[in-house]
Design a protein around this ligand. Structure first.
Ligand code: ATP
Ligand code: MG
Length: 413
């Protein structure tokens, strides 16, 4: 026998028995996002490596460790690890800044990160996400958070926790970064290797570290004092205050978490996550924030923006399994030719219909019908002659014979 080739580590097939759940995630996304004025955008799966180096930031784990990068015709290309950079590239390239603000876009699709596979963490995974361009006011931040909550509730997920924080602007954050560095300096040798590497380049990221020994260091009172301090400038504080008041008005429950800094370089002011207690250690389903400098950094005009992305595998793992839907009818007949014709008649009327393509015995066909369909549609010789069909309701075993043209009404009725 030929050698079997297996699926790659960190990737998964989405099998037919799971795909209905995916359809639900996608359908609700289209429905809900459309209500808020979003339009779908589909950008390529691979982009120039430089887009992510500049767009996600070369101090991030994603760019430093997790990208699938390859060369083709002397170009360095990368499978997208996230989609904000791609959407921003397209926004700029297609002149969307000229459209009247806000420009609201959503996407869904696979992302690729070379991470250690574990529960809730794959190398190819899927995200659904939104990006809103052109509005600097906190109404935009509030609306995207509301949208996330609304979407999650449409899926039946009501018990998730929204966490928010403000990272300030590059100006006020600079001072904060320096203070964090200063207070952590005496502890430098005790920090994990990742934190030591981030210390110079991206000190805020340290707060996000999941290593226990680092968490203990950050819990020390003198360090907590700096972390918990209100470092943001008056303007940023006002923006944050207004955001919170909109969230309060909208009855969105949230908590403030000063340790929430998010992995990406491009965020300013608002950052947020939505977490579930039912996901183990990879507990974030949604992450997002404001990124007012990204469009400019990627060569566009100054355009404020805010958005989020959700991990669809993590969403799926929170949803109950969807029962596969049965066929409306399974045709039971000794005449394949008649069954074929009748199946087409009913399919054309929108019913889900199958019949036995292998011409098995009548009793076998009935057995199959009772497993896969709501009704057995019996076309025996007598029925064919009289242009009738015997319909057996497979949950009640009740059977009636009706004219062929009445079958759809009977089944749908
Ligand atoms: P995490 O803290 O889980 O690593 P992140 O900050 O890297 O998340 P983002 O880049 O903000 O995640 O992506 C948004 C969402 O995408 C996450 O909240 C999560 O639900 C999902 N996600 C991220 N990485 C993976 C992965 N490797 N496998 C499955 N889902 C993922
Ligand atoms: Mg990550």
């Amino acid at each position: 026998m030929a050698k079997i080739i297996k699926v790659q580590k960190g990737t998964k097939d989405i099998l037919p028995q799971e795909v209905e759940q995916w359809h639900k995630l996608e359908k609700n996304a289209l429905d809900i996002f459309t209500r808020y004025g979003y339009r779908e955008i589909r950008t390529p799966i691979f982009e120039a490596t430089e887009l992510f180096a500049r767009g996600v930031g070369d101090t991030t784990d994603i760019v430093n460790k997790e990208m699938y990068t390859f060369e083709k015709s002397d170009r360095s290309l990368t499978l997208r690890p996230e989609n904000t950079a791609g959407v921003v590239r397209s926004f700029i390239e297609n002149g969307m800044a000229r459209l009247s603000a806000p420009v609201k876009l959503w996407y869904k699709g696979p992302m690729f990160r070379y991470e250690r596979p574990q529960a809730g963490r794959q190398r190819q995974f899927h995200q659904v996400g939104v990006e809103m361009f052109g509005i600097k006011e906190p109404t935009a931040d509030a609306e995207v958070i509301l949208l996330a909550v609304d979407y999650l509730e449409s899926l039946g997920l009501n018990d998730l926790e929204v966490e928010i924080n403000s990272l300030g602007c590059p100006k006020c954050r600079e001072e904060y970064k320096n203070k964090i560095k200063e207070v952590l300096k005496p502890e430098f040798d005790n920090l994990c290797e990742d934190c030591q590497n981030r210390y110079e380049k991206n000190p805020l990221r340290l707060l996000d570290c999941k290593v226990d020994s680092c968490k203990e260091i950050f819990a020390k009172p003198e360090i907590q004092k700096v972390i918990q301090s209100d470092f943001i400038c008056d303007e940023c504080a006002q923006h944050y205050k207004e955001l919170k008041s909109y969230l309060d008005d909208l009855h969105i429950k949230y908590s403030e978490n000063k340790l929430l800094v998010r992995g990406l370089d491009y965020y300013n002011r608002t950052v947020f996550e939505v977490k579930s207690n039912n996901l183990g250690s990879q507990n974030a389903v949604c992450g997002g924030g404001r990124y007012d400098s990204l469009v400019r950094n990627l060569g566009g005009e100054d355009t404020p923006a805010v958005g989020w992305a959700m991990g669809m595998e993590r969403l799926n793992s929170l949803l109950p399994d969807v029962e596969p839907e049965k066929l409306d009818g399974y045709i039971v007949s000794n005449s394949s030719a008649e069954a074929f014709k009748f199946a087409q008649e009913l399919r054309n009327q929108g019913l889900k219909i199958e019949f036995d393509l292998a011409n098995k015995k009548f009793t076998k066909q009935l057995e199959k019908a009772s497993k896969v369909a709501k009704f057995a549609l019996i076309l025996g010789e007598d029925e064919i002659k009289a242009n009738k069909v015997s319909i057996k309701n497979l949950s009640t075993s009740e059977q009636v014979t009706v004219d062929r043209i009445d079958v759809t009404a009977k089944i749908k009725g």
